[in-house]
Each structure stands twice: as structure tokens, then as C-alpha cells.
Design a protein around this ligand. Sequence first.
Ligand code: SAM
Length: 279
Amino acid sequence: MANPSGGHRGDPSQPHKVRLKGVQQTLLITLYAKALDSRSKRPILGDKKADEMVRAIDYDFAGVHRPGNGNAIVVRAKQIDEWVKEFLRANPSAVVLNLGCGLDSRVSRVSPPPDVSWFDLDFPGVIEERKNFFSNRDGYQMLESSVTDPAWLESAPRGRPALVVAEGLFEYLTEDEVRLILNRVTDRFPRGQVVFDVMNSSAISSGRSTLKEKMDAEHRWAVDDVRAVDALDARLRRVSSPSIFTSGYMPPGYRLAFGVASVVPRFRGMIRLLRYEFG
Ligand SMILES: C[S@@+](CC[C@H](N)C(=O)[O-])C[C@H]1O[C@@H](n2cnc3c(N)ncnc32)[C@H](O)[C@@H]1O
């Protein structure tokens, strides 16, 4: 798949308003964090397409930006990109399902091998906006659906190893919804990995009012003990569960400060990345 990100359907020099509702608007937080990173002197992710999209969208991004939050968002994306690349090196004809994709351009950053079938899924309103910047093509398809609707899985070919990514998504669902999604994935594919982030109760309460006020969105699933996630699907084996704050991708100054704060387990567990395998 040479260039899965297609051209801009509108005119990039003419910023347009987005029509996103509730939780859909949260994609603007992660998009802006990636754009700011790409403008910095030493980018972690270097996602220029994120900046292109921010410049094309008429929105008060500064109003939703919380300094300090940005690094965690970008480090999370970087670590997931590396895990995706590693999985695709070992499984060059895998199926990738990027759930709650928002306007993330992972498919462009990773540039998957030609035999990979990559699906980016989000609500119809988000995919409509996404189509201003990305186009379906061989090996790349956008799916319009709530992730809680089981029908979307029918679009993914069976019998191949699968990598399921849910970045900044599962916090917005209930534990029961997450369990059902995990169970459906391990039922459908013979083997693969599932990668997602979780937030603990402290992280969720610290951002609650801003999220509600600015976006009418709510984090519903808090994970204070990773073993509770292990118990959601007996076929999943946890491979790793690093804290974002002690990640090697965190800029050194922040890593030092966060490293000190991470002595406190509640801080260390605020945002974790979880990587599971099955089959
Ligand atoms: C914080 S954004 C993250 C976007 C993207 N993964 C990223 O990291 O930039 C959360 C995304 O999850 C999507 N989302 C939330 N609940 C969803 C659901 N039930 N079905 C599909 N997408 C959902 C939102 O529309 C939004 O695009």
C-alpha cells in the first residue's frame, strides 16, 4: 500500500468547521497534541499530517490543550506505532483494526506492507470528517460504526493474524462493553495481539469536569489494578503494561520528573499501555 492517506477533498487553505458531537470531539485533543509535537524542535512522533489537519480545521484548539498532557498523548502514540511495526514485521499479511481512530494517521506513519488489510473504525460523523484527509484504497478501509456494534467485525477477513489497537478509546466505554469487544476479537481471529491504554481513578477524576464541560464526554472505565483487565478474557495473555510516564520515549526532563513522581503507585498507574496476545 503505497500511500494510504489520500488527498484533501477540501481546500487546505480554507479552514472548515467540524461537526463532531460529544465524545467524538475528543479526537481534537489527541490531534492537537500530535500537531504541536510535529512543530517542536525535537518531535517524538513527527506527525506532519496531524499539523496539516489542525491547520485545516477551524476550531479553538488552544482551549482544549492542557500542557503536560500532550507528551503523554504523543508518547502513547509513539509506543503503539512501534508495537504495530514489530507485529507487522512478524506478520506481514495481518489484519489491523484501529478502533476509535479519530483523525489519527497511524496508517501513514507506519506504512504497512502491501498484504496487510488495515481498517480504521469510528462513528459515522468522524469518518465523514476523516474522508476530507484520507481515502479508502486497496488494503485500507474506513469503517463507520460504533465499536460496540458487533457487525463491524464481519468486515474483517477471518483466518489471519490480527492486531487490534484501541488508543484513547476504552476509557469512554463501560467494562462490560470492553469485555464484549475483547471476547468477539479472540473468537474471530486465530491469533494476534490487542493493544490499548487504560486510566486509573485518579486520572479520570482529575480530568472529569473539563471533559464534561468542553466536550460533553465522560470517561467511564477506570482500571486501578491491571489484573482486573486480565480477567476480562481468559484467552488473552498480558505481554506488557508500561506506565506512560516512565516510557523511554518521554523527553529526558519530563522522564526524570515523572520518574520521581512515579514512586507513588497512583501516579504511575494514571495511564498505562497494555499489550496482550492470544492464540
Ligand atoms: C480520544 S479520541 C482518540 C482518537 C485516536 N485514537 C487518537 O489517538 O488520536 C477517542 C476516539 O474514540 C472514538 N469513540 C468513542 N466511543 C466510540 C464508540 N463507541 N465507537 C467508535 N468510536 C468511538 C471517538 O469518536 C474518538 O474519535
